[in-house]
Design a protein around this ligand. Sequence first.
Ligand code: NDP
Length: 454
Amino acid sequence: MPDALQVIEPATEAVLDTVPRAGTAEVDEAVARARGAFPAWRALTPSARAEHLRALVVVLEEHHEELALLEARNAGKPIGDARGEIGMAIETFRYYSAAPERLLGETIPVAGGEAFTVREPLGIVGLIVPWNFPLTIAAWKLAPALAAGNTTVLKPAELTPLSAIRFGELALEAGLPEGVVNVVAGPGSTCGKRLVEHPDVAKIAFTGSTEVGRSIAAGAAQTIKRVTLELGGKSANIVFADADLERAAAQAPGAVFGNAGQDCCARSRILVEASVLDRFMALLEEHVSAIRVGDPLDPDTQMGPLISAAQRASVASFLEDGDPVAFRGSAPDGAGYWFAPTILGPVARDARVAREEVFGPIVAVLPFADEADAVALANDSIYGLSGSIWTRDGAKALRVARAVDSGVLSINSNTSVRVATPFGGFKQSGYGRELGPHATDAYSEVKSIYFSTS
Ligand code: NDP
């Protein structure tokens, strides 16, 4: 029998719910269910699989508010953000509901016959997701995996299992056959590890820390599993002197303090052309001081607590390195894992806060001399996930966008993720791409078939 897993509400530190904690036996059972469901799911016509995904969208829409509330309470995120994130999860299923009928192959000219390619599902895929955007990141993996004809075992983070568990129930309510979506809520060190090692699992799609990603890639190598990894980041927000500084400063806080900074795309390094550093810092401080930190269920709240006491301690450690504190906001006292939005700067290029992922509401501001220096500074990182470029010079913007080693870049914007465009990292931010028209490629194999006409 699984033991109990207490789920904590980060804004109150109280127990929000208690659910069974899965272990390796539950993973094995989930994989067996997924294996049992695979032949029939794979054999469905593309239009029938599409119909299932459309039915799922309808049920998720009916439960949009319920899921948003669950996510807001369990992950400590502002209710407005949670609504938007569940909206994106639903949009992801809607987008990939068209995919089963677009799993196209090629015909290839060869001698003596006809050659063509088809896409085959991988089989059972293991989806390991983090606590920062629990259901949204799960949807990025589930939707293309299901569309391509795979069955799935989803492992949410132990801290935030509630939306995934509810999703599993709603998938059944929507009529998805038993075993197509399985949810195992248990620790990474047992459940996640077993999923990675299980010989019947064909692929692991993972989002989380670079350190765990490394161990997953090594573990998956034993059974030559396919792996996609979406890992950490230290993204640069590059502000040139000729930019609309007001607009850049107004949008910068959202790009690093959104989700209380617990975002792999967080632009946690703001690189500012030295000639406008003082002016930009003043504007930034004005906007950061306006952030409303508090109860996630208050519709006016813009920033909630951190996910856990451990995360808060890890974030707070960055304040002990002696970097200049340009601004420290305020946060509620008392119960809850609160942390005030903080600007450090100008910081040295070798400062820990300039190099390591903080995953909390601390931003480091660094000056640069010119375009070449900005690119060198942006690329001076083991990561390469996201980033922004602010300038009124279009040619410079495109030169810098091509030169920065990141998977996703925005010009005069701080957005990173769109359902219709590929998302993923360079360097130690991972490999593989999620979202966009080609994500189903990562959940299918190409098969070449040759038909002799002689
Ligand atoms: P982890 O990478 O530890 O967790 C991500 C997921 O992997 C969770 O479901 C976790 O399970 C699971 N997991 C942990 N260990 C293993 C393992 N050995 N095998 C298989 N699965 C495993 O992230 P943390 O929660 O510990 O966060 C630590 C840091 O990681 C953050 O401070 C941040 O820097 C980074 N991070 C980056 C994210 C991103 O979006 N790129 C998301 C989350 C974190 P469980 O938690 O249940 O044990």
